[in-house]
Write a protein that binds this ligand. Structure first.
Ligand code: NAI
Ligand code: MG
Length: 482
């Protein structure tokens, strides 16, 4: 593990510095044990981070040619790949994420840096035909200082998609990881530094959302904010951005559906229906928490899902189970309360996966739960649960399926399972969502694919080439030369 990672969470201007504030304990979700500590960043440290980023944005980093920036990002990618095993182990322990998922995340961040490394010198402005005597062109420039407030569920991947794209455009970044899972951000920082990222291009302040996070989001020196997390904090971030009149990208999760028609290839669909619900113990913004099933095949699909639930292996993250613990005692309590309230309203519990007797007693394990026949207005069908809980909902017609799918405040991702090509096209248009998957779900996470929500799922797009537009601003130059 990189030096200092377990003892310091403040990286300013190319150096680890001694934290000014108290230290926060880091728990291993699989056991409940404390195994590390991180700094609770102070507003003064946020100030210093923003100042260091500003110097880098105005200095060598901001002036570096696109191709040189790309080479540094490529070296970061290569070093990340060399360190996949270390990063996976760290992320698995810190998040309680099954080891193979953590490995996939570590490979994904390397892939993000590879993708954005290759893009730095391929994004450019345009010339615009205009009145006689003018030459008009556009420049695509960095915002300057970008703030990245990220959650605990996929730290490595979210660093890749947001910090990676911001750096590619020549922004200088300030990263505030989630207090529950900061260690991979620190390990990433060490790697980026070793790869030759200049001082100040990336600054990291760990700490609590309400203090370090709020200080960063409201800082007048920040030119763009990228936030992934809850709707309630997203609102606060957008209010801060409004105060300073800066752009903001919000990715706030969802209540995403997978819709299964009776002409679907069920053998192909079943693993996706399950995995998209229980991956990362359901703590995934794009989790498919609602399964809409045509009534003619409803019982068959629910039976097959139920037997998959009954066979899930639930256990400590390093043993690479199907489902690990949740991130914290608090998240476990929240999910268990929402399940209990769902039961209390008379919803049908199809099955709850059994917990092995040998799961560590103090780990944050929750029994994966499948509800059936849930009505569209029930809170189970409306509210993000962020745990291993899925609901099955029957429908009769295509119109009804669309209306249920669109019947929440969210719109992040949707999956459609049908062999009917015309229906695929109709649904791809009529479902309100940032991404639609036809006869798959998630498409393997492809870093090339623009991602983001509508409605309460947020706004702005990350991933793919599209992110580079979000992390830059367009300047128009009209030169009169007669
Ligand atoms: P959260 O929204 O509080 O935390 C996300 C990030 O925001 C963390 O870095 C946190 O430190 C920071 N933050 C918290 N309060 C802040 C503030 N006032 N100002 C600036 N930054 C602040 O999410 P939390 O509490 O960890 O989880 C609660 C729920 O949010 C989950 O149950 C889930 O429904 C949703 N969530 C959605 C995620 C997604 O991927 N879209 C990720 C994490 C949580
Ligand atoms: Mg919170």
């Amino acid at each position: 593990m990189p030096t200092n990672v377990a003892s310091s969470g403040i990286f300013l201007d190319g150096d680890w510095v001694d934290p000014q504030g108290e230290m926060l304990q880091v728990q291993d979700p699989s056991t409940g044990d404390v195994f590390a500590e991180i700094a609770n960043g102070t507003p003064a440290e946020i100030d210093a981070a923003v100042a260091a980023a500003r110097r880098a944005a105005d200095g060598a980093w901001g002036r570096m040619t696109a191709v040189e920036r790309g080479r540094i990002l490529r070296r970061i990618s290569d070093l990340l790949l060399e360190n996949v095993a270390m990063l996976a182990e760290l992320e698995s322990r810190d998040v309680g994420k099954p080891l193979s998922q953590a490995k996939a995340d570590a490979e994904a961040i390397a892939r993000y840096f590879e993708f954005y490394a290759g893009a730095t010198d391929k994004i450019h402005g345009e010339t615009i035909p205009y009145q006689d005597g003018y030459t008009v062109y556009t420049l695509r420039e960095p915002h300057g200082v970008t703030a990245h407030i990220i959650p605990w569920n996929y730290p490595l991947q979210i660093i890749g998609r947001s910090v990676g794209a911001a750096l590619a455009m020549g922004n200088a970044a300030v990263l505030k990881p989630a207090e529950e899972a900061s260690l991979s951000s620190l390990a990433f920082t060490e790697i980026a530094c070793e790869a030759g990222l200049p001082a100040g291009a990336l600054n990291v302040v760990t700490g609590i959302g309400e203090s370090a996070g709020a200080a960063l989001a409201s800082h007048a020196g920040v030119d763009h904010i990228s936030f992934t997390g809850s709707v309630s904090v997203g609102r606060l971030i957008q209010a801060s951005a409004a105060e300073n009149v800066v752009p903001v990208t919000l990715e706030l999760g969802g209540k995403s559906p997978q819709i299964v028609f009776d002409d679907a290839d069920l053998d192909a669909a079943m693993p996706f229906l399950l995995r998209a619900g229980i991956q990362n113990a359901g703590q995934t913004c794009s989790a498919a928490s609602r399964i809409l099933i045509q009534r003619t095949i409803y019982d068959e699909v629910v039976d097959r899902l139920a037997s998959a639930y009954d066979n899930l292996r639930i256990g400590p993250a390093p043993t690479d189970p199907d489902v690990g613990p949740l991130i914290s005692a608090q998240q476990k309590m929240l999910v268990e309360r929402l399940v209990k309230e769902g039961e209390g309203r008379g919803n049908q519990v199809v099955t709850k996966s059994p917990l092995n007797a040998d799961v560590p007693a103090n780990g944050f394990y929750v029994r994966p739960t499948l509800f059936g026949n849930v009505g569209g207005l029930d809170p189970l069908a409306q509210d993000e649960i962020f745990g291993p809980v899925q609901i099955a909902m029957p429908f009769d017609t295509e119109d009804e399926a669309v209306s249920i799918a669109n019947g929440t405040d969210f719109g992040l991702v949707a999956g459609v399972w049908t062999r009917d090509g015309a229906r695929q096209m109709r649904l791809a248009k009529s479902i309100r969502s940032g991404q639609i998957f036809v006869n798959n779900y998630g498409a393997g996470g492809g870093v090339e694919l623009p991602f983001g929500g509508i409605g309460k799922s947020g706004h702005g797009r990350e991933k793919g080439f599209e992110a580079l537009y979000g992390f830059s601003v367009l300047k128009t130059i009209a030169a009169y030369h007669g």
